[in-house]
Ligand binder design. Structure first.
Ligand code: PFF
Length: 448
């Protein structure tokens, strides 16, 4: 079975793929935006603590479920279940995660399409094609439908090729490119007037906000979204890792990459906003907070790029290519969850399953595009603020309360003989059993 279903060919392949899923619009857009509106470095500090103390343990739970089950989320969870009600519960959690991934992809694909359209604009400008350049950055039904379809087509093409030739190969190509582009852009922004003021705003904590419940909730939500938890994605990626690998360190490495890239994105976006201010662009909203959300990415930053003259075209190109790559390495992971389920449970060919499921999700995106003003936010909030945390919490409940401790230990010991005597094994099991579900539940109830 392991051979026919494929898997990552190397440790690096897994790290790039899992980091590719984790690093996305959430890091490069969501994290700096949340930081800007939640007291600068105070948010960064809380985020770092929560990412390692709560999101990492939950992330480990999902990876372990997958590696133990060596299958899609539903089958893996059912392998851990002994009674009929546990098997039913496994179905609800596993399938719930798969649907959540599909829902996220349906709106993520639209936003990623916008990133692609803004990446193409500078190319049209360089070719002196002003009308086309205006078309791609002007909101219209046709533009949105076109770019959402192109982005989904790219996602489908990669997933059709399978784990090693699709996910792993493309993550290995795109992730270094993403990191390189980001370092280049950040270094360039640092040379501009106003950047040091932005750096100060980013790194100076407003300590009075450290224990603000809203800040805690936003930081935890951001950490869970960023590690793609509650979507079956890390379960299926876990199932493609060899039993020889040490999951505890692999999980920590991916978390570290994810958090570092979010931090680096803050070093890019917040100073860039202050550079824009130095150029006369308004960066504060009427209530005095920094402009965030879509106006930041599609108004403030493009105005900054415009004000840079000729070089601005290349900076804009690099920035929106960066965003598109980040979105693509995440979207492929979202499609893999449902596809692996259809292939393994319903014996469909991978190519057929990918195309059919991809098109169904695209159809749903089209419905959202036709009702953009209310459906985009509705689906995004439903999937990321409600659905995702509930499934993530239930995965922790599964590992903490249903999985036999001896089986759990045997699985963690694969590739990590010494784990029984480690701090990880002393802390993590009760953490996953009590602390993670309780913390997620508290955050969830508070957000209601
Ligand atoms: N982690 C991605 C980001 O930060 O943009 C988003 C994401 C990817 C969410 C995959 C859910 C998922 F299944």
């Amino acid at each position: 079975m392991a051979v026919s279903r494929g898997g990552f060919s190397s440790r690096m392949g897994f790290i790039m793929a899992a980091a590719g899923s984790a690093v996305g619009l959430g890091n490069i857009w969501g994290f700096p935006t949340q930081t800007a509106s939640n007291g600068g470095a105070a948010f960064v500090l809380v985020y770092l603590v929560l990412a390692f103390c709560l999101a990492y343990p939950a992330f480990m739970a999902e990876l372990l479920i997958g590696r133990y089950g060596q299958a899609n989320a539903v089958t893996s969870l059912q392998k851990m279940s002994r009674t009929l009600w546990q098997k039913r519960f496994a179905f609800v959690v596993g399938f719930g995660g798969i649907i959540c991934a599909a829902l996220i992809l349906s709106f993520y694909g639209i936003i990623a399409g916008w990133m692609m359209s803004y990446a193409i604009e500078p190319l049209f400008l360089l070719a002196n094609m002003q009308i086309s350049a205006d078309w791609v950055i002007t909101h219209s039904l046709a533009r949105n439908l076109f770019f959402t379809s192109v982005f989904m087509a790219l996602t489908i093409v990669i997933i059709r090729r399978g784990v090693e030739n699709g996910i792993e190969k493309w993550s290995k190509r795109l992730m270094p490119l993403l990191i390189g582009l980001m370092v280049l852009l950040t270094s360039y922004v640092f040379t501009l007037d106003g950047a040091s003021e932005g750096l100060e705003a980013y790194l100076n904590p407003d300590v009075s906000r450290l224990l603000d419940p809203n800040l805690l909730i936003s930081a935890l939500g951001q950490a869970f979204f960023s590690l793609s938890l509650g979507t079956s994605v890390m379960v299926i990626y876990g199932s493609y890792i060899s039993k020889k690998e040490n999951l505890v360190t692999l999980g920590a490495q991916v978390t570290l990459i994810d958090v570092s890239i979010a931090f680096l994105a803050g070093l890019l976006i917040i100073p860039a906003m202050y550079v824009a201010q130095a150029q006369g662009v308004a960066i504060f909203a009427e209530d005095g907070s920094l402009i965030s959300g879509s106006s930041l990415v599609f108004t403030v930053l493009p105005t900054l790029f415009d004000s840079m003259g000729g070089v601005g075209l290349f900076v804009a190109l690099a920035f929106f290519v960066l965003m598109s790559i980040a979105a693509l390495t995440s979207s492929i992971s979202m499609l893999e969850g449902p596809v692996s389920y259809a292939v393994e449970r319903h014996n469909l060919k991978r190519e057929t399953a990918t195309t059919v499921i991809g098109l169904i999700i695209l159809l749903f995106s089209v419905v959202i595009v036709f009702n953009l003003s209310f459906m985009l936010d509705f689906v995004a909030i439903l999937a990321t603020q409600y659905w995702q945390p509930i499934i993530a919490m239930l995965c922790c409940v599964f590992v903490g309360w249903i999985w036999h401790r001896s089986e759990l230990l045997a699985e963690i010991k694969e590739g990590n003989d010494e784990v029984e005597n480690s701090l990880f094994w002393k802390v993590w099991p009760w953490y996953t059993k009590f602390v993670c579900p309780a913390a997620i539940a508290i955050v969830f109830i508070h957000s209601l």
